[in-house]
Design a protein around this ligand. Structure first.
Ligand code: 5AD
Ligand code: SF4
Length: 446
């Protein structure tokens, strides 16, 4: 039996696409999953071009397969996703032993590209400029049966000056609302407990199809399918509407959990980033959100060291972090991406200066996260079980509606794996920066 291995870099959209890639390799080519890339006949890398780090990791991974390919020349290496889309054939100049290059718009063609490469024994390369298909129409092999990604838009029209995404994912395209609801209904019937709606900027959902955003309606209609938990990423602060906040607050299925990237707290830098909001607008949204949902779990993305960032600009970012009371923040050192407007800016921040700022930011984020977690001690949390904890198999691990990891010991004889995908109630007793622990007060068996 021939085998495959898929390695995913980058965002949730890539994770979703990888589930489709695995589904196609099994359904269409009859492959089975291998435990390691070195043991597989087909190795697929679904790549990310957002920062340099992911690119370096890709090069390392592909180069390390060279030895396996010398032993078994029939191994096929395919590289797709955002780097595939960006580089196309030129990838072979720096990764010569790649057999298939594909992009973000032609995932469905991967099986035939692999067959061509195998038959001709030559690299098979296809990168398309655009597509009308959504990868959701392909067979899926979900990593976790109780959770599903559901793309509602692909691409991005925002052109933040640092970001490569609009160039590698194309213009924003929305899926018709009825298709989204139909897919959500199928997922619920399939036993899925949690759906995450996906898009680079979900808040502008529908603008291309209906002339105006219909995201609040999409959220409400998916919630009506009977899904237990509904999340969405990513929200752009310039487009998050009062109507969306109201649907979140009113609808018990929509988790009181929001990822709202701020990127910087300095108006000057936000302008240079082309984010099209001010720190005051952002903080105004945060006020509205906490008033509507006092238990809101809030996360963000922040870039440190954007060209021209001064000490005062950075202090303004720290001020926003203090005011926003984040539960989590993904922090990034600015990474220039060729082809983006910011890459041409000359006033770069020295690496050591950026690193000192980065470390200060991480410290502040950690204390904010711990403070938010401490407020949960004594509360009863509904937890969606993921399985046993890595350290102790008699302890279950799962997530709250706020997306926080929870550990709780189980009574003797209950295997946490048997509870995976079900909901339990956990009384929170202790907290760390990145997880909560407590004791079980009740569980639902299915
Ligand atoms: N450098 C650093 N971080 C970046 N991001 C996007 N582009 C860059 C870049 N060139 C970050 C942003 C975005 C997240 C997904 O990645 O914070 O929200
Ligand atoms: Fe990139 Fe900005 Fe689009 Fe997000 S909104 S994908 S940061 S261009």
């Amino acid at each position: 039996m021939k085998t495959y291995f898929v390695r995913t870099f980058g965002c949730q959209m890539n994770k979703h696409d990888s589930e489709r890639i695995a589904g196609m390799l099994e359904d269409r080519l009859g492959l089975v999953e291998a435990t390691q890339p070195e043991l597989a006949d087909v190795v697929v890398y679904n790549t990310c071009a957002v920062r340099e780090g992911a690119e370096e990791r890709l090069r390392g991974h592909v180069s390390s397969l060279k030895a396996a390919k010398t032993v078994n020349p029939d191994i096929l290496i395919a590289v797709g996703g955002c780097i595939g889309q960006r580089d196309g054939e030129s990838m072979l100049s720096y990764l010569p032993h790649v057999d298939v290059v594909f992009g973000t718009h032609n995932i469905a063609h991967l099986p035939s590209l692999l067959e061509t490469a195998q038959r001709t024994r030559r690299p098979s390369i296809e990168v398309l400029d655009t597509t009308t298909d959504f990868a959701s129409d392909l067979p899926a092999l979900r990593g976790t049966p109780w959770h599903a990604w559901l793309p509602i838009t692909v691409g991005c029209d925002n052109f933040c000056t640092y970001c490569i995404v609009p160039y590698v994912r194309g213009r924003e395209r929305s899926r018709p609302l009825d298709d989204i609801v139909a897919e959500a209904t199928r997922l619920v019937a399939d036993g899925v407990a949690e759906i995450t709606l996906l898009g680079q900027n979900v808040n502008s959902y529908g603008r291309d199809l209906y002339g105006e955003s219909r995201f609040p309606e999409a959220l409400a209609r998916v919630a009506e399918t009977g899904i237990r938990r509904l999340r969405f990423v990513t929200s752009h602060p310039k487009d998050l509407s009062d109507a969306t906040i109201a649907v979140m607050a009113e609808n018990p299925a929509v988790c009181n959990s929001l990822h709202l990237p701020v990127q910087s707290g300095s108006d000057r830098i936000l302008d240079a980033m082309n984010r099209r909001y001010t720190a005051a607008h952002y903080l105004g949204l945060i006020d509205k959100l906490y008033s509507a949902m006092p238990d809101l779990a809030l996360s963000t993305d922040i870039i440190v060291g954007f060209p021209g960032e001064t000490e005062d600009d950075f202090e303004a970012t720290l001020d926003v972090v203090r005011a926003a009371r984040y539960d989590q923040a993904f922090t990034f050192l600015y990474s220039p991406r060729e082809g983006t407007p910011a890459a041409k800016l000359e006033e770069t921040v020295p690496r050591d200066v950026a690193q000192v700022r980065f470390d200060r930011l991480v410290e502040l984020v950690q204390s904010s996260a711990l403070e938010k977690n401490r407020a949960l001690v004594g509360s009863l949390q509904e937890v969606l079980v993921e399985g046993g904890s890595r350290r102790d198999a008699s302890v279950l691990t799962g997530r709250t509606a706020g997306n926080k990891v929870v550990h709780a010991p189980l009574p003797d004889g209950i295997d946490p794996a048997s509870l995976a995908g079900t909901f339990v109630s956990v009384r929170i007793e202790e907290t760390q920066t990145w997880f909560l622990s407590g004791h079980l007060e009740g569980y639902e068996r299915t």
